[in-house]
Design a protein around this ligand. Structure first.
Ligand SMILES: Cc1cc2nc3c(=O)[nH]c(=O)nc-3n(C[C@H](O)[C@H](O)[C@H](O)COP(=O)(O)O)c2cc1C
Length: 241
């Protein structure tokens, strides 16, 4: 029997003799960055060398951790994790490239945070402004319980220090790849999340990726419509218990 996933996989194949046409209309390219101009800003340091494990040890030691010590991470640790997962690493001919690869360099993934405990900033929901390497505060308050509820009641979301919440702005990738874009946005999120996992491991932190979500509930927390932009993935981060 063929379900919607089987149909999607089949109907988004590339065939040498019948590639989708269309091309790219630069006049209608969606914005690469989302911004909240009225939000209060949290400045983040640029952490060039956080110390810690080398790549071999980080790869060897990374594992999913779901229980955390009740100890806040430092703001410079959070800044390192944000940059390492999806920060800007280089600019070529005016185009900014990031620490994680992205199909067509179209960068459909937005990063939000649910901060439970981070030194130097209050709990709340935040958005990472990638071009400015700053956080934009969306809503002040304690949201760990609500994020846990949106993640099929996985309590690690309120016990950790911070939840990274990734959404996809599908139009950025669909602009070039049409329906095949839905293959790529999930890969992009995976690259970003694993950058985060390795960066966290390298500085003695740990976490767990989460794809088990009540989509509508997760989207409502960040005021996303679930069609043009939808939460697709999360990672909890903290100091292992
Ligand atoms: C796409 C994806 C989704 C996941 N979703 C969850 C989840 O919702 N809850 C959870 O406890 N672990 C989740 N995990 C973590 C896996 O269970 C874990 O990576 C796996 O058991 C292997 O263990 P390790 O990460 O320690 O190597 C997810 C991992 C991936 C890659």
């Amino acid at each position: 029997m063929s379900g919607i996933g089987d149909q999607f996989q089949s109907q988004t194949k590339y065939h040498r003799d019948r590639m989708p046409g269309g091309g790219m209309d630069f006049a209608s390219q969606p914005e690469l960055y989302k911004s909240y101009p009225d939000a209060d800003i949290v400045d983040l340091p640029f952490v060039k060398d956080p110390g810690g494990l080398d790549l071999y040890d980080a790869l060897r030691k990374r594992r999913s951790v779901r229980r955390f010590a009740e100890r806040a991470i430092a703001l410079n640790q959070l800044a390192w994790l944000l940059w390492a997962s999806t920060g800007i690493t280089r600019t070529e001919d005016g185009w900014a490239f990031r620490s994680a690869p992205s199909a067509g360099a179209l960068y459909p993934i937005e990063t939000y945070l649910c901060v439970n405990r981070v030194e130097g900033m209050g709990p709340g929901l935040y958005h990472y402004s990638i071009p400015n390497h700053k956080l934009e505060m969306l809503t002040k308050g304690v949201f760990g319980d609500q994020v846990a509820a949106a993640a099929l009641d996985q309590q690690m979301c309120n016990q950790c220090d911070v939840v990274f919440v990734w959404s996809a702005v599908f139009a950025r990738s669909k602009w070039k790849y049409k329906q095949r874009a839905y293959r790529y946005v999930y890969m992009d999120a995976g690259h970003i999340a694993e950058n985060l996992a390795l960066a966290a491991t390298s500085i003695g932190l740990a976490g767990c990726h989460i794809a088990a979500l009540y989509d509508d509930q997760a989207n409502a927390l960040f005021d996303l419509d679930g069609i043009h932009e939808s939460v697709i993935y999360m990672t909890v981060i903290g100091k292992p218990a």
